[in-house]
Design a binder for this molecule. Structure first.
Ligand code: BMA
Length: 862
């Protein structure tokens, strides 16, 4: 067994040109050109436009290598490419090994007969993905998203790379994963399926279903080793290979179970599977698994049918978000960046991420992190918002192999809890039928921009496509409601399959309904309804809903020069891909806030607005946790610096929403269903233990004078919402008083304050806020900065920042600070900083600072 890596320095050139330039593998043409300084950073200003040609032309990658003697001594030598992106021809020493057409497949060619002693040459010739897709689209017209380049659904490649309502149009091209030469003798492991059987008594059987490819005789054994996480002795089992198969199993007594974040620990057992002949190891595979059971419980109940994940018999309220690729150029995502994202999800008490179907099957590092941090993964197959040629046999066969390979790669993962067919395609078929009647609305809009005749031509073209759409719909139906589930039943019988998100589970029926299945709720963002509309929605599982904000100011400054810093400047609109996006932010902001004068205030208000909106929804759904199985907001992260629904921006910086998530996803949540002047207090406890403590409330003026207050002891049973009190302040507040009073609620355990929140009786824009002039005490201690804050009068949405350290994550930010209370916030002391650097760098502001003064000037930053 010998493996020779072929990653590292390669050379590349635009096909048809002469000059070979240095390249990095894994990598791609965009990042290689960027490293060479041949293109400006496509994420700055509107440079994206100047980089779009890269996906329109062909590229050649070349490497020269000398095979190691040990490799040549093996009986079978294969070239293995874990990922080629995407349409390419592979040549070794001038011989064509194959033509490839799927970013998500692994390619393996036996190459022994082509290898030479001494120098060999491997060349991969890539077609420009944008021109390839456009060409296919001319052959057959498929629907995609309006922001995307034409023809994307023809090519098995991350759909969002062609443009999305948050992503640039920069489809990558190149060798995006590991490539190597693998030498094996006698036999190799062809497939390993690790399965668990949990016994009611507690023991777990770990079995490895192994398939072996043997070309040289028998006498083969497979050895399975399971090593407990705490250093106890590993257990082993051996099994003879018969007819190419073996199934050794190990019984783990006293198993330490794996739990989602917030429900327990994530112990991981090391598992190794070795193929042996006599004493010699021929092939080997190492994994880490968590022992747990998982079920998607769908039982009839008062509201329809439940949609709830159950882990180790415990029903879980899924708290999470949707995951998109972490960079438009994924190959440059470092371990550190990836971990920062997953760790940030866990730090905000998330326990589930949905790997959304417009992106990728993520690489192993991502699932490693989810296993370690206790993040359940809802995995979509890569199909999103489009029509796909699933009636084409070659396309389907290509998809079949992609599905087989990725399911095999991921099915041992503790974190992986669901396979889902696609994103929003069933919904589109049901609600729009992709058909003319629905496009007419959109086309009527076009009439204003295009001559009427051109619109009619477009309509006629669409009508002509109807018969083809019908074929595509039938093919959709067969594939997602039969073919794919059939493959999964064979490949991964231990995990649930869900046909589409959203879906009711019954094909094309009540697709985004509230009685069964999961739902996407977009009335608030796309429909411009107020945040209160969330309270009218009672999905069985909310897998998408979201509200946009600009990224943090420092990230805006990365792409927008001083002259562009206006919400509707050309560059700000270039970094906004949603329809009417910045306008929707501004419109919704005017419902809540006064119109600010400075750009920085727009950015700040958008962040706070987004946090408030999503909080409003999640708190409502958590109060109805008996009915709603979970909430995944759209979206956790960004793939470039842009205005979007994300809670963490492209540079990993927490937006106000992410801090809010840390509060609204806390295992024990005190929330207020406000119907001013009535305020209903609830404690939602989704932790596995009952919780006891108390709730304190105070109706007080902005300056802190108490009008009425109370305290109540709370016993909150586990996995349930408890109604604490319904407080009616009608008689206590005149209309004027409502502008000067708020309800402050605190969750306490003994003397410890678990949470605090502030609830006004009027929109924030109508509060008579005064300058809170917060008193700030800052200390550096043990590598941390401690910031103690007290305010003279209510400071709403206090924002802390350290100038010069924009990546700082505080223990809390964008929080309310009522008069007279002291709050302490901590953050790491940036490297090389002292207490006085920190004091100099600290910036504090609050909502009051976005108010305009009577003279028309704006408040200065303090
Ligand atoms: C959902 C997603 C994405 C999209 C988002 C925001 O429908 O599935 O397709 O980016 O909405 O519009």
């Amino acid at each position: 067994m010998y493996t020779q890596p072929l990653t590292g320095p390669w050379t590349f050139r635009r096909a048809g040109t002469r000059e070979w330039m240095p390249a990095t593998v894994p990598g791609g043409a965009h990042t290689d050109l960027l490293t060479l300084g041949k293109i400006p950073d496509p994420f700055v200003s509107d440079n994206e436009r100047a980089a779009m040609w890269i996906a329109e032309v062909d590229w050649e990658y070349r490497c020269a290598f000398v095979p190691a003697a040990e490799l040549l001594a093996e009986e079978r030598i294969c070239l293995v490419a874990d990922g080629l992106d995407t349409i390419a021809e592979v040549r070794l020493n001038g011989e064509i090994l194959g033509r490839v057409n799927n970013q998500f497949r692994r390619w393996r060619w036996e190459v022994g007969r082509f290898l030479r002693d001494g120098e060999n040459e491997l060349v991969v010739l890539f077609s420009g993905p944008a021109s390839y897709a456009a060409g296919e689209q001319r052959r057959r017209r498929l629907n995609g998203v309006r922001q995307g380049l034409a023809g994307a659904p023809h090519i098995r490649k991350a759909p969002c790379q062609f443009g999305w309502d948050w992503g640039p149009r920069l489809p990558s091209v190149g060798i995006w994963k590991d490539v190597r030469l693998e030498g094996r003798s006698i036999a190799r492991l062809e497939d390993v399926h690790l399965r668990q059987v949990h016994h009611p008594g507690g023991g777990v059987i770990v079995r490895a279903d192994v398939r072996v490819e043997a070309w040289d005789g028998g006498g083969l054994d497979v050895e399975l080793t399971v090593a407990p996480p705490d250093g106890r002795t590993a257990q082993e089992a051996e099994s003879r290979v018969v007819d190419g198969e073996a199934a050794p199993e190990v019984r783990v007594e006293d198993p330490r179970l794996w739990w989602p974040n917030g429900y327990g620990e994530q112990p991981l057992y090391g598992v190794s599977v070795a193929l042996r002949a006599g004493g010699e190891t021929l092939d080997e595979r190492e994994d880490r698994i968590g022992l747990r059971t998982v079920e998607l419980r769908r039982g009839d109940d008062a509201w329809g049918r439940s949609f709830r994940f159950v882990v180790n018999g415990t029903p879980i309220f899924a708290k999470g978000s949707n995951w998109i690729p972490a960079d438009a150029f994924v190959t440059r995502v470092s371990d550190e960046r990836l971990e920062r994202l997953v760790a940030s999800a866990a730090a905000s008490h998330q326990n589930m991420l949905r790997v959304w179907g417009g992106g990728l099957y993520e690489d192993d590092r991502f699932y490693d992190l989810c296993d370690r941090y206790g993040i359940l993964v809802w995995q979509d197959f890569v199909f999103s918002c489009s029509t796909y040629p699933l009636d084409d046999e070659d396309f389907r066969e290509n998809v079949r192999i992609e599905v087989e390979e990725n399911v095999r790669r991921l099915r041992h993962r503790a974190s992986l809890v669901l396979w889902c067919g696609n994103n929003e395609m069933e919904w589109f078929w049901e609600s729009r039928g992709w058909a003319v009647h629905d496009r007419e609305g959109e086309l009527q809009e076009l009439v204003r921009e295009m001559p009427a005749l051109a619109v009619l031509e477009e309509l006629a073209a669409e009508r002509a496509l109807l018969p083809d759409w019908r074929k595509l719909r039938d093919a959709y139906d067969r594939f997602f409601h039969g073919t794919l589930s059939g493959w999964l039943a064979r490949l991964d019988p231990d995990r649930p399959y869900w046909p589409s998100s959203p879906s009711s589970g019954t094909p094309f029926r009540d697709v985004n309904g509230e009685r069964r299945g999961d739902a996407h709720f977009w009335d608030v963002w796309h429909g411009r309804k107020p945040f209160t509309a969330y309270r009218g929605a009672f999905p069985r599982f909310m897998s998408e809903f979201g509200f946009q904000a600009f990224p943090t100011m420092e990230t805006v400054e990365f792409y927008a020069g001083p002259e562009d810093r206006n919400p509707t400047s050309r560059v700000m609109e270039h970094h906004q891909r949603g329809r009417h996006g910045n306008g929707l932010i501004i419109a919704q902001a005017t419902d809540h806030f006064r119109v600010p004068e400075r750009f920085a205030d727009w950015v700040y208000l958008s962040l706070v607005l987004q946090a408030e909106g999503i909080r409003y929804g999640v708190e409502h759904w958590r109060r109805h946790m008996d009915r709603v199985g979970g909430t995944l907001y759209w979206q956790l992260n960004d793939c470039w610096p842009v205005a979007s629904w994300s809670s963490i921006d492209f540079f990993g910086r927490w937006k106000a929403l992410h801090y809010a998530a840390k509060r609204f996803y806390a295992p024990v949540l005190l929330s207020v269903a406000d119907r001013p002047p009535v305020m209903d207090l609830h404690v939602s406890n989704d932790s596995p233990q009952p919780w006891d403590g108390s709730v304190r409330w105070s109706l007080e003026t902005l300056g802190g004078e108490v009008i009425e207050s109370g305290e109540r002891a709370v016993v909150a049973p586990s996995l349930a919402d408890t109604s604490i009190a319904s407080l009616d302040f009608a008689g206590l507040l005149t209309p004027e008083a409502k502008r000067r009073a708020v309800l402050v609620v605190e969750l306490l355990r003994g003397d410890e304050r678990i949470s605090l929140s502030v609830h006004p009786f009027v929109p924030s824009k109508h509060l008579d806020l005064e300058d809170p002039r917060p008193n700030v005490d800052i200390r550096a201690e043990g590598g941390r900065i401690l910031i103690r804050l007290t305010a003279r009068s209510l400071a709403r949405f206090v924002e802390l920042k350290l100038a010069g350290a924009p990546d700082t994550v505080f223990s809390d930010d964008y929080f309310d600070l009522p008069a007279g209370r002291t709050l302490t916030v901590a953050c790491p002391l940036p490297e090389g900083w002292t207490e006085s650097t920190a004091r100099e760098a600290l910036r504090v502001r609050s909502l009051f600072d976005s108010y305009s003064t009577p003279e028309g000037g704006a408040k200065e930053d303090r």
